[in-house]
Design a protein around this ligand. Structure first.
Ligand code: GAL
Length: 426
């Protein structure tokens, strides 16, 4: 086995040890070997997360009443706990029938490099999918010409959400640049309103803010060069982005470290904070759980400085090696990749369909606009969600950002990222 694959497994195991204690809502499912059920593994539980998955499973059950399905979701935003549970199961040759994995490095440099996934080119041929998904998306789930998973959605990671009433009451416009953001934030602060909601109980949310600022400050090309090692983290532009990040952190709620992303989004929903930066699963949460109205109660813009760019996060599902009920898994993947499956899932999830031929009329104003912008925008892979860089780097970057949020030491953040860059693909 390749050295990189071994390193990956070792890292996955370390992750497991650190997360065992916070484990899951599905402990009863974690040690089942080949239960015969179609076990669907994800981190979509609870508020804002599970509605799309439930709709997809319901549709699958209707169409396949004889296939027993088990929803084996493990709670924790961005897979905080699920990824560790998954790593242990893969290590123990007990893979779930299919599992949620981000397109990009997380899939290709992770499970594919570790030789844990079956190629799905035959399924793509059978379903005639090769021209139904955008080429860049197929590239994100392919390695050496083989396709390893099926994208169910496209989430946008560079969105600033704002409370429309708070903005109207204070005569403010949604900020499009960092300068505008800081002006708006100062006005809000002067009125005693928290400008920016953050919930970094799970550190990836702060990493999302940083990657958004990096994208806006560096531009698409240089942002991408960070992950190939062609732009160093001690570049002055990265330092400038870190300074802006530091400044932005001075506008967040005091209790940020005890909140998760839903708790932070709630502050905006209630008008206790004016804005938050979050992927568009937050829209699913605003609409499905908090019953807010799109473009009435809340509005959105690309995060300051990132207009015309699309931080892409795609949730995909594949077929792990060693799974017994291969036929059932492929049956599920066929539905997940179909127009019907995607249009059942995405309007609830907040995302847009991964397919290009989905039924636009099923999507709200945000969805329609995002579908259009996706076609025109420059795509950028998310670091916080595992697409830009291997898991080893993501873990260290999250740790560095987490320390930065309390210590606000730009030099230390840059040093830590530089050190972590040995984890990047050369
Ligand atoms: C992302 C995932 C999204 C959403 C989010 C919050 O990593 O791609 O679908 O679930 O985490 O948990």
């Amino acid at each position: 086995m390749k050295k990189k694959a071994l390193l990956f497994i070792a890292l996955a195991f370390t992750l497991l040890l650190s997360a065992c204690s916070q484990s899951s809502s599905s402990d009863d499912t974690n040690n089942k070997k080949n239960s015969g059920k179609l076990e669907i593994f994800s981190w979509w539980t609870g508020a804002g997360e599970e509605d799309g998955l439930k709709a997809l499973i319901k549709l699958f059950k209707e169409k396949n009443p004889d296939i027993p399905v088990e929803n084996a979701a493990v709670a924790g935003g961005a897979g905080t706990n699920a990824k560790a549970v998954l790593a242990s199961r893969m290590q123990g040759n007990d893979p779930p029938a299919t599992f949620q994995v981000h397109g990009g490095a997380e899939l290709n440099d992770g499970w594919v490099a570790a030789d844990k996934m079956e190629p799905l080119n035959d399924l793509y041929d059978k379903e005639k999918w090769n021209d139904k998904f955008p080429k860049q998306l197929i590239d994100m789930v392919s390695k050496d010409g083989k396709i390893y998973s099926v994208p169910v959605d496209i989430h946008r990671g560079n969105v600033l959400w704002y409370n429309k009433k708070v903005f109207a009451d204070n005569n403010l416009q949604a900020p499009k640049t960092l300068d505008e953001f800081f002006k708006v934030a100062d006005k809000l602060k002067a009125k005693g309103i928290t400008p920016l909601a953050l919930g970094d109980k799970e550190p990836w949310t702060a990493t999302m803010i940083f990657e958004n600022i990096l994208l806006g400050t560096l531009g698409n090309e240089d942002y991408q060069k960070l992950w190939t090692g062609d732009l160093k983290f001690d570049d002055p532009k990265v330092k400038k982005a870190a300074e802006s990040f530091k400044k932005m952190l001075s506008y967040v709620n005091d209790d940020h470290s005890s909140r998760n992303w839903q708790d932070a989004s709630q502050l905006v929903a209630k008008g206790d904070a004016a804005m938050n930066i979050m992927g568009d699963w937050a829209k699913g949460y605003f609409v499905n759980d908090l019953k807010l109205k799109v473009n009435e109660d809340f509005g959105w813009v690309a995060t300051p400085g990132s207009e015309g760019q699309f931080m892409i996060i795609t949730d995909t599902f594949g077929l792990p090696k060693g799974v017994k009920n291969t036929k059932d898994v492929k049956q599920f993947l066929s539905l997940l990749g179909s127009v019907e499956g995607q249009d059942a899932f995405n309007p609830l999830k907040g995302s847009i369909p991964a397919r290009t031929d989905a039924d636009e009329s099923k999507y709200d104003e945000y969805g329609k606009q995002t579908m259009k912008e996706f076609k025109e925008a420059k795509l950028a892979p998310s670091l916080a969600h595992g697409s830009a860089a291997p898991e080893g780097f993501v873990t260290k970057a999250n740790q560095a950002v987490n320390i930065f949020v309390t210590q606000k030491n730009v030099g230390q953040l840059i040093d830590s990222l530089n050190q972590a860059s040995s984890e990047l693909k050369k």
